[in-house]
Structures are given as structure tokens and as C-alpha cells.
Design a protein around this ligand. Structure first.
Ligand code: FES
Length: 107
């Protein structure tokens, strides 16, 4: 199944480097040959103070406060490795809300 890696590109996440993180992630996904992973920008997940935020869908994993040095672990996860638990810090109710929104096809 294709995994979509949504990287928030709204103001707060961008001010913390999400643009560079998205480019770096795209390059790493390509370099690793992960053809079933697509990196896409996202408008805002509503956790702006905790960004940069990345959500994997349809898997439904949320990584918050992502730094470039975290990308090794995230790409490892996308390649089938363990999830990066230390970046899973978002409140469960917000996660559920965003996952429901994504389930309705809002990308
Ligand atoms: S600015 Fe990224 S979650 Fe809102």
C-alpha cells in the first residue's frame, strides 16, 4: 500500500525548518528507492507550536518537533523499521481528529 508522508508547510512549521525537512525527506526516500512512499506538503495539522509536524497516512503515525537529524529514523520506519516513539508526542484527541479528516480524503 502506498504510504503518504504529509509534511506541514504552514507558517509555524516552516519557521522551524519544515521546508528543508521536506526536501531532505524527499531526497532520502528517492535515494533509498522507496517507490511506495510519496512525500507531500500539507496545509496545517493544528499542532503548530509543536512542529515541524509529519503525518504518515494511511498508517497514521504522527511525528512532532521533527529535526533533520530525526530523518534517518523516520526513513528507517518508512522502509519497514520501528517507529520513532520519542517523536510521538501529540495529544491523542488531536491525532484522532486529524486522522478522521484524512480518512474523508482531505489532503
Ligand atoms: S503550522 Fe504546522 S501544524 Fe500548523
Amino acid at each position: 500500500m502506498k504510504q503518504i508522508c504529509l509534511v506541514c508547510q504552514n507558517v509555524d512549521c516552516k519557521s522551524r525548518g519544515s521546508e528543508e525537512i521536506m526536501k531532505d525527506l524527499e531526497n532520502r526516500v528517492t535515494d533509498k528507492g522507496l517507490t511506495d512512499v510519496e512525500v507531500r506538503p500539507y496545509m496545517c495539522f493544528g499542532a503548530c507550536q509543536e512542529g515541524p509536524n509529519i503525518v504518515l497516512y494511511p498508517e497514521k503515525s504522527w511525528y512532532a518537533g521533527v529535526k533533520r537529524e530525526d530523518l534517518d529514523g523516520i526513513v528507517g520506519h518508512l522502509a519497514g523499521g520501528p517507529d520513532v516513539k520519542r517523536l510521538d508526542t501529540i495529544d491523542a484527541s488531536l491525532k484522532e481528529l486529524i486522522y478522521q479528516l484524512l480518512d474523508t480524503g482531505v489532503f
